[in-house]
Design a protein around this ligand. Structure first.
Ligand code: ASP
Ligand code: MG
Length: 452
């Protein structure tokens, strides 16, 4: 990290996350405390504290005195919080945020100490009082205007002095100063908020992969990192299982016109992936192929349904009442059937609920059947280049046909940014490989045999 920060000459603000596993351990401590087990909760915090003190000893030795002091204070405070949670046997979202902030708050002084030891003037700062949010504890929403003012008064002078602020990610506070968090994985969100508040040139997110890939490398050996994707493409990809970032979290930067780069901490020289509002024009059609498994398909079918208003509404009233999230919908224009893709563990429940909802229609044979098919997977081809390009679907289905993949259902958003197909779970990997090969691995003329 010090090498990465040191390599950059311009002004920078470093936003840090908690160390690996720390936030999970804090969640566990809070839940033990809520169950009344103060001792077990305390033990977890002490173990975390020890691990972080060990990091300081390994990284900076005696130069870590002030970081050690800070960790000791934070540890005492967090143990006190957990004790009161254990007494009350209740951990509110507000208390949990205060407890979870420990992870980032112990991380920042360590990083600052390391930077200082390497000759980069740095100062650790808690984002409490700096990143101002509403009071939606556990998933607080940043208030950009106030945050911008605070950033200017608090970070501005430090940066002008040449000090690199090392700020806690994930954490914020209400206008009144009560600690909040932005939700799990929220450090990216913090980074994007700070980038927007500072009017930064770029927001760089260092993770453990070299950006967003054209397909899951575990499925496609030839998958390649994508140099640039648009925000809309990033949103589609993450929805269908690409786990690099949660696009919502980088939105503040994108809206401010600041590009977000996903880079690899362990290979910082790799170009990574730049996410920006608009993607530079290139000649790719399908940029990435992704898939999501563990799903089931529920079909409601019957000739008596076509032209009957309110039919689809009743189908979705059913999913809403059962609180089942629907990942994909498709209806033929004959209106003979509606298919829904839902998580496979809710298939049976939805099937039963639909049978109850349409019991009269089933008896009259207006609805012929409610059928389930599980497990299935959604395979999606994503790319802005698909918009207005004729023949994409033909190539896609041609490739799947040659690979002998049976397509159960299809949906394309009118944004033409993605085509999604439902296939049987056992065809999932073959389908991803076939599409990837068609669009990424050479022109149709020099295709290397059929995918098997
Ligand atoms: N430490 C927080 C979490 O684990 C935030 C983050 O890692 O981005 O969710
Ligand atoms: Mg994390």
């Amino acid at each position: 990290m010090a090498r990465i920060v040191g390599a950059e000459a311009g002004d920078r603000v470093v936003v840090v996350s908690a160390t690996a596993g720390t936030t999970d351990a804090l969640v566990q401590a809070a839940s033990l405390a809520a169950g009344g087990d103060a001792a077990a909760a305390q033990q977890i915090i002490e173990r975390l504290s020890e691990r972080h003190r060990g990091l300081i000893a390994d990284l900076v030795g005696v130069d870590g005195a002030s970081a050690l002091g800070e960790i000791a204070d934070l540890t005492d405070r967090t143990i006190a919080l957990l004790r009161s949670v254990a007494l009350l046997r209740e951990c509110s979202a507000r208390s949990l945020d205060a407890i979870l902030s420990y992870g980032e708050r112990v991380s920042a002084p360590i990083v600052a100490a390391v930077l200082n030891a390497k000759g980069i003037a740095a100062e650790a700062l808690s984002a409490e009082g700096l990143l101002v949010t509403d009071d939606a504890f556990g998933h607080a929403n940043p208030l950009l205007e106030i945050t911008r003012e605070r950033v200017e008064t608090q970070l501005g002078p430090r940066m002008r002095r040449g000090t690199v602020p090392v700020v806690t990610g994930f954490v914020g506070s209400t206008v009144d100063g009560v600690t909040t968090t932005l939700g799990r994985g929220g450090s990216d969100y913090s980074a994007a908020v700070f980038a927007a508040a500072l009017g930064a040139r770029e927001c760089r997110i260092f993770t453990d992969v070299s950006g967003v890939m054209s397909a899951d490398p575990r499925i496609v050996a030839d998958a390649k990192p994508l140099p640039a994707i648009s925000y809309a493409e990033a949103a589609e990809l993450s929805y269908f299982g690409a786990k690099v970032i949660h696009p919502r979290t980088v939105l503040p930067a994108i809206e401010a016109g600041i590009p977000v780069r996903i880079l690899n901490t362990f290979a910082p020289g790799d170009p990574g992936t730049t996410i920006a509002r608009d993607t530079p024009r290139d000649n790719t059609v399908v940029k990435a192929t992704t898939s999501l498994g563990g799903l089931g398909l529920v079909t409601v079918q019957g000739a008596g349904m076509s032209g009957v208003p309110g039919f689809a509404a009743r189908v979705f009233d059913t999913t809403a009442a059962e609180q089942i999230s629907v990942l994909m919908i498709s209806q033929a224009s004959s209106e003979n059937s509606i298919c829904l893709v839902v998580p496979s563990d809710s298939v049976t429940r939805l099937d039963g609920a639909l049978r109850r909802m349409f019991s009269r229609e089933l008896a009259r044979h207006d609805v012929e059947k409610v059928a389930i098919e599980s497990p299935v997977a959604i395979v999606s081809a994503v790319g802005e280049g698909m918009r207005g390009t004729p023949g994409v679907a033909a190539r896609l289905f041609g490739a799947l046909g040659r690979a002998r993949v049976n397509v159960i259902a299809i949906a394309q958003g009118s944004s033409e940014l993605n085509i999604s197909l439902v296939v049987s779970e056992r065809d999932r990997e073959t389908a991803v490989r076939a599409i990837h090969q068609e669009f990424h691995e050479g022109s149709p003329g020099d295709r290397k045999g059929s995918a098997t």
